[in-house]
Design a protein around this ligand. Structure first.
Ligand code: UDX
Length: 453
């Protein structure tokens, strides 16, 4: 099929490249000239394992191409995907200005019938608004055809987006027209071994499903974070509890890891947008509010624990941060718990030595003054970051941090203290290695003996 994807952001690029991988002819429209120039040379302006080589291969074969103008991108398209951003507006609702601007452009540039699909996460009713805008444009140009707009939300996880797209848990097609629905079913058929994982529904239900799925996952995390808070007070290890409850098939083992809070481009934004939707409908979304409040609190816990450890005096203390991105496998810093901690530490006068396998540059760009003054140092190795530290905080559980040489770290640090924001380590092993260990929702263990004066 001839596919056009509008927006070469995270979702758009993965979508365009994976459709090309399945043999479709894909044109991808990107209006930022700098981004476009890089893409045209096969450079992917974001960190996603496996994406760049795949994109380069299809660029070279001509299966995938990039252009600036919507008119050019949609010229031959059977299906047009809208994959532009829907950031949080000031009141928390999804800002649809980019999506609606694309709708206007489509109304002004389509020359032949095609199916338009919202890939962006958008509130219920957006597909209808997009259809109205496009069709008004077509009518104004005196054209005799009208388009259908379907919803096909994406469920990609950063860091495993290619795999998620190529082997999806499910594909949701929201469409009020049988022919259009069949066209999308055919497009996705090669990605699904059987069609049981393809769910067809009305367009509004599909739009809502995306929000409900993300809000439910965020709820699981916030629930476990609250359980961790209770565990900590009772001297119970949340990790035992996690294994215990997760073994019940009805609960499941995924997304029940307590930690220093969820971040990223989806959960925080989508929970907020759903709260706003409920309010607009005159309903009090008590559960969603609690999910959000618990997450905001959770992001402050590591700093609180550090402050307590240093009896309120952080001035001049050297604190090591391992992991800055909002989760492993990405350089994405959006709503990352690390930033809440980092800002509080800088504010309190601590000296921060951080290492992230992918996000160092992003953090340096956000805090140029702290970098310039030397209060924040971004280091190339986890060991370099631990040198002379009074405490080490594991914020993001990159694989590289799983089995470090603790003996070496203890030798490097001034005080052997580890705050484990993801409960990655075995407390007994760290105590054995001479560390004081603090996790999230776990009893404190070990003693703090200074290795140097
Ligand atoms: C999420 C959804 O999973 C995906 O389906 C949707 O399309 C986009 O949003 P993503 O934002 O890439 O994907 O990250 P995800 O892997 O879901 O993690 C989100 C956050 O939750 C991270 O900050 C992670 O550290 C945190 N998390 C996850 C926990 O704190 N505990 C867990 O058990 C799982």
């Amino acid at each position: 099929m001839q596919i056009c994807v509008i927006g070469a952001g995270y979702v758009g690029l993965v979508t365009a490249t994976c459709f090309a991988e399945m043999g479709n002819q894909v044109s991808c429209v990107e209006r930022d000239p700098f981004r476009l120039a890089r893409l045209a040379h096969g450079q992917v302006p974001l960190y996603e394992p496996g994406l760049e080589p795949m994109l380069q291969a299809h660029l070279a074969s001509g299966q995938l191409s990039f252009m600036a103008r919507v008119e050019e991108g949609v010229a031959e398209a059977d299906i047009v995907f809208i994959a532009v951003g829907t950031p949080s507006g000031e009141d928390g609702s999804a800002d649809l200005s980019h999506v609606l601007a694309v709708a206007d452009e489509l109304g002004a540039s389509l020359r032949r019938p095609c199916l338009v699909v919202d890939k962006s996460t958008v509130p219920v009713g957006t597909a209808e608004r997009v259809a109205q805008r496009i069709n008004a444009g077509l009518a104004a140009r005196g054209l005799g055809f009208r388009v259908q707009v379907a919803s096909n939300p994406e469920f990609l996880k950063e860091g495993s987006a290619i795999d998620d797209f190529m082997r999806p848990d499910r594909v949701i097609i929201g469409c009020d027209d049988a022919d259009a629905s069949e066209q999308l079913r055919r497009l996705y058929a090669p990605f699904l071994r059987n069609h049981e994982r393809l769910l067809s529904m009305g367009v509004r239900a599909a739009e809502f499903t995306k929000y409900a799925a993300n809000a439910f996952l965020a709820t699981k995390i916030s629930f476990m974070n609250e359980m961790a808070g209770i565990c900590a007070r009772l001297g119970v290890d949340i990790e035992d509890v996690r294994r215990g409850v997760g073994s019940d098939k009805r609960i499941g083992t995924h997304f029940i890891y307590a930690g220093c809070g969820y971040g990223g481009s989806c959960f925080p934004k989508d929970v907020r947008a759903l709260i706003r939707t409920a309010e607009q409908e005159g309903m009090e979304p008590g559960i969603l509010r609690a999910v959000e409040a618990r997450n905001a609190l959770q992001k402050t816990l590591l700093f609180q624990a550090l402050r307590e450890h240093f009896s309120g005096f952080l001035q001049g203390r050297v604190v090591t941060l391992w992991g800055l991105s909002f989760k492993p496998g990405t350089d994405d810093l959006r709503e990352a718990p690390s930033l809440v901690l980092l800002e509080a530490l800088l504010q309190a006068g601590a000296r921060v030595q951080a290492h992230d396998p992918a996000a160092n540059a992003g953090v340096a760009a956000r805090y140029p003054k702290a970098v310039e003054s030397g209060q924040l140092r971004l280091l190339d190795s986890p060991y370099g970051a631990a040198e002379g530290a009074d405490a080490l905080v594991l914020v993001t559980e990159w694989k590289q941090f799983r089995q470090p040489n603790f003996e070496r770290i203890r030798g490097l640090m001034r005080m052997p203290v580890i705050f484990d924001g993801r409960n990655l380590y075995e407390p007994a092993q760290l105590v054995e290695a001479g560390f004081l260990y603090r996790g999230i929702g776990r009893p404190a263990s070990g003693h703090c003996k200074a290795t140097a004066a």
